[in-house]
Design a protein around this ligand. Structure first.
Ligand code: DQA
Length: 147
């Protein structure tokens, strides 16, 4: 298996930069991806990124990741709180799975307190803004190092 990470982004994350900057900051998704890629490449991983506003696209991306990626780092946006189908897809991915959020959903509206993904991933990083992705990369390394 190659040393590649799939960085998966769900609905509305394509609007980062202008979307609720007081919550999500002003960095665009492209900037988050570039930062993640640069850091990952320094430790020997390539990164492919995919963003979709459509649940089925994300499910298919996870399905197709089997056997190809060492890890998936996923910010599923609001699908985090609703999508049992994405959770099922992730459950069937054999590599490392890290759930990531820029904000801390547990400190926000009640509907964000539930994560359908939390039970099928290795762990969740939330609340550190852009640095959530840095910590998510560390988490990938930590979980892989354990294997
Ligand atoms: C988010 C948190 C979700 O509740 C929200 O729907 C998002 C972004 C985050 O990164 O903080 O779209 O996943």
């Amino acid at each position: 298996m190659s040393e590649a990470i799939l960085l998966l982004s769900g609905p509305n994350l394509d609007q980062l930069g202008s979307r609720s900057p007081e919550i999500y900051g002003t960095m665009t998704l492209a900037a988050h991806v570039q930062r993640f890629r640069e850091r990952a490449e320094k430790v020997g991983y390539s990164v492919e990124d995919r963003q979709s506003n459509f649940e089925g696209d994300l499910i298919e991306a996870v399905r197709d990741a089997r056997g190809t990626y060492a890890a998936i780092v996923v910010n599923a946006g609001a699908l985090t709180h609703t999508s049992w189908a994405l959770a099922d897809a992730l459950a069937n991915f054999e590599g490392v799975k890290i759930e990531v959020h820029l904000s801390n959903p547990a400190a926000r509206e009640p509907f964000r307190h539930v994560s359908t993904l939390a039970g099928v991933v290795d762990g969740t990083i939330a609340g550190f803004g852009a640095e959530s992705y840095d910590v998510a990369l560390e988490a990938v390394l930590a979980v892989r190092g354990r294997a």
